[in-house]
Design a protein around this ligand. Structure first.
Ligand code: BGC
Length: 522
């Protein structure tokens, strides 16, 4: 799930006694969560199109505009290299990664809704300031506010969704956030396609439209109830019961409420979750879940393709409209990928998707690199056949990411953290992910300029490394109950040497409990 998602709260020992199901409240909560996901996606998707629009470049980056037009019909790797232009894109991620740490205590102490409302206000202001921008300062300020929106929204919305959903469908809800992120990207691409034709202010519309879902998210946040988990955590047990009754549509909520109380007591017993994460017994989670997977997700280079797809296609000699059109195709590929993943992840397993997609992405990168090496950079326009081959390879790459590293990059970390370190682990996941998003965004155009087609070989090599990493170090987590995850490490050829040395913990660990529906990982 983009932006995270916890298996949220309940230990679930009494899950077989839970009553109730899907209610209007739940449907409204999902609608609001979808707005959170699509806002994240919209902001990811919109900047690529806007930074390739002539009106936008003329206004803020005249030198880039001149360079682009001096070589309009030529292929040129350095046409768009401009660090301020990339700062416009990546400032959002730097702001997001810092604000995630501010969001975490707010979400815990004041509730999920406060963070959701803060995120919505920030998104709204960011969208408006960007739409009204008359200088680069306003542009970057707007992006920073959008980043804060992402930091708060991505921390709180997935958590809100997981906590408000009936336990049995939490896993599906987790994947839904990724799907709506990808839909947000696609909508941004479509909007860019049309606003590009509105001169000279179409780009303002693209950037400003983010304010619409932000407003809806704010209204949703005002009227929706706080989650029962958060209320219990803050000592408001009776209020939690009332909400639970409303959301589940039944008065028989004792079992679930008792589980919430247990879960809250258990997590409050861990005084230093970050320190706990550093223990040897949590080393696999730290290396794979908190650092490896979020960093590698970004090092696939996916966002470079996404942010700069229109720019790349233009640099490759496609016209401006055709460039945006191509990014609509890549956006659609992402949506298809997310749906494929939802359908297959619990059947084929996480490892299969990672492996298959890894191979597909390596091949696509090599094709792009070889084609560019042979055909590009001599000042000539690319032939139609070559252009089609490039677009097809890029689509194959994006689709593979869409059913593997995209959703699994968020799902797998949430599956492997034990309850006591889940929240701390999730903050690190969001932070590492956004840090690498910013790093890759900031480094991509300059690397394209200097390494030229070699940049795609660099990404191919990184994907080889991460595919081997998954093959060797990640055990299959498909349908493994949460309390049995530690057994995966104890039986793993590599991790067993590490975790077994944490003797004191192993001695006091409880034997696995009977498997209950809500104990399954979500
Ligand atoms: C990633 C984003 C990416 C999106 C769509 C998410 O899982 O975290 O960085 O842009 O998928 O590709």
């Amino acid at each position: 799930m983009a932006g995270g998602g916890y298996a949220a709260g309940a230990v679930g020992r009494r899950a077989e006694y839970y009553e109730g199901g899907v209610t209007v409240y739940f449907v409204l909560a999902v609608a609001m969560g979808s707005l959170g996901g699509s806002l994240f996606g919209y902001d990811l998707g919109v900047s690529g199109g806007v930074t390739s629009m002539d009106d936008f470049l003329k206004e803020f980056f005249p030198k880039t505009y001149e360079r682009k037009h001096a070589h309009l019909h030529e292929t040129d790797y350095c046409k768009y290299d401009n660090q301020i232009l990339t700062l416009f894109t990546s400032s959002l991620y730097f702001a997001g990664l810092l604000s995630t740490f501010a969001a975490s205590p707010v979400t815990r102490k004041y509730g999920r809704r406060v963070s959701i409302l803060t995120g919505a206000v920030s998104f709204f202001l960011g969208g408006i300031i960007n739409a009204a921008a008359v200088n680069i300062f306003m542009l970057i300020l707007g992006r920073i506010l959008l980043g804060i929106g992402i930091g708060f929204g991505n921390q709180a919305v997935p958590l809100y969704l997981s906590e408000i959903s009936p336990p049995k469908i939490r896993g599906a809800v987790n994947q839904l956030f990724q799907l709506t992120t990808c839909l947000g990207i696609l909508v941004a691409d479509l909007i860019n396609y049309f606003t590009e034709k509105i001169h000279p202010w179409g780009w303002r519309l693209s950037l400003g439209l983010a304010a619409v879902p932000a407003t809806l998210m704010f209204v949703g946040g005002l009227f929706l109830p706080e989650t029962p988990n958060s209320l219990v955590e803050r000592g408001m047990v009776e209020e939690a019961r009332r909400v639970l009754e409303k959301v589940r549509g039944t008065a028989k909520v004792d079992a679930e409420l008792e589980d919430l109380k247990d879960a809250s007591a258990a997590s409050q017993a861990v005084k230093h979750p970050f320190r706990n994460l550093l223990r040897r017994k949590n080393r696999p989670q730290l290396i794979i879940g908190a650092i490896g997977i979020p960093a590698f997700q970004q090092l696939t280079g996916q966002n470079s393709i996404l942010f700069y797809a229109p720019v790349i296609f233009q640099s490759l000699g496609f016209g401006s409209g055709a460039a945006l059109y191509s990014s609509i195709i890549t956006g659609s590929m992402l949506v298809v990928g997310a749906i494929v993943s939802m359908l297959l992840v619990d059947r084929l397993g996480r490892r299969f998707l990672f492996m298959e997609a890894g191979i597909q992405m390596i091949i696509s990168n090599v094709i792009v690199a070889v084609t560019l090496a042979l055909e590009f950079g001599r000042g000539a326009v690319l032939s139609k056949g070559i252009s089609v081959l490039l677009v097809v390879s890029i689509c194959a790459f994006v689709a593979a990411f869409g059913w593997s590293w995209g959703p699994l990059g968020w799902l797998v970390p949430t599956e492997i953290f034990p309850l006591e370190t889940r929240s701390a682990g999730q903050s690190i996941v969001v932070c590492v992910n956004l840090f690498f998003t910013a790093l890759v965004a900031q480094g991509f155009l300059i690397s394209l300029c200097h390494l030229r087609f070699g940049i795609f070989i660099v990404f191919a090599c990184l994907i080889v490394i991460m595919t081997v990493f998954i093959y060797l170090l990640l055990p299959e987590t498909k349908q493994v109950p949460i309390e049995e995850i530690y057994q995966l490490w104890e039986q793993h050829w590599f991790w067993k040497k590490i975790v077994r040395e944490d003797v004191s913990e192993t001695m006091i660990r409880q034997p696995p409990q009977k498997q209950l529906p809500s104990d399954r990982i979500e």
